[in-house]
Design a protein around this ligand. Structure first.
Ligand SMILES: N[C@@H](CCC(=O)N[C@@H](CS)C(=O)NCC(=O)O)C(=O)O
Length: 195
């Protein structure tokens, strides 16, 4: 399987972490410079994109991660629970959606900042989402063993540290900070650090 993307992308990194945890062989390739060529792989032009051995393509990191979890026999996408509605699958998917949403806003802020005349309102709106999203993560009970939600949260925090080192997110978020200090030391997280 070939994965187009880079560990700098928190979405790509999620897939790399899942693949490593499940010992799946994944060749990670950079996004081709030729945008038209890449749109033949992912019409949306976004990373990650997973090309299967039969040539078919999966896009969007939640879909890619669930596929990898399925072929690797993983447990990062728990089953549904009738008795505990707030646990299992919906909790994991909800946490992933929150973490991915924070990453979307952080990526949008970084991209806007690179424009010749950045739009301040756009930056403010995205940073409000980042800050409020991090507050929600601070209140979240992280699962152990981790699910795709915890992997997504950790990849998002890694992206924020890498691209927004000036954002002192740890100061007012002791729970999240202590949790991430531990989670970021997992072998698969260390092996996929953005550089
Ligand atoms: N929902 C997508 C988001 C992917 C995404 O936004 N990727 C960014 C890089 S971090 C990208 O390729 N952006 C290029 C673009 O939007 O043209 C996922 O989870 O895979």
């Amino acid at each position: 399987m070939k994965l187009y993307g880079s560990p700098i992308s928190p979405f790509t990194r999620k897939a790399m972490v899942v693949a490593r945890e499940l010992d799946l062989k994944l060749t990670v390739l950079p996004r081709p410079e030729d945008a038209a060529e890449f749109r033949r792989i992912n019409p949306l032009g976004k990373i990650p994109a997973l090309v299967l051995d039969d040539g078919s393509v999966l896009i969007d990191s939640p879909v890619i991660c669930e596929y990898l979890n399925h072929v690797g026999g993983g447990k990062f996408f728990p089953g549904m629970s009738l008795w505990k509605e707030n646990t299992g699958r919906w909790k994991a998917l909800g946490l992933q959606a929150l973490a991915d949403g924070i990453a979307d806003a952080a990526v949008a802020r970084i991209v806007e900042g690179r424009q010749p005349a950045p739009n301040d309102a756009h930056i403010t709106r995205n940073m409000l989402a980042v800050e409020a999203g991090l507050n929600a993560l601070e209140r979240s009970k992280m699962a152990d063993p981790p699910t795709i939600g915890e992997i997504a949260a950790s990849c998002t925090l890694g992206y924020i540290d890498f691209r927004m080192p000036e954002l002192d997110w740890r100061a007012a978020r002791p729970n999240l900070s202590a949790w991430y200090a531990k989670f970021s030391q997992f072998k698969s997280m260390l092996a996929t650090q953005p550089k």
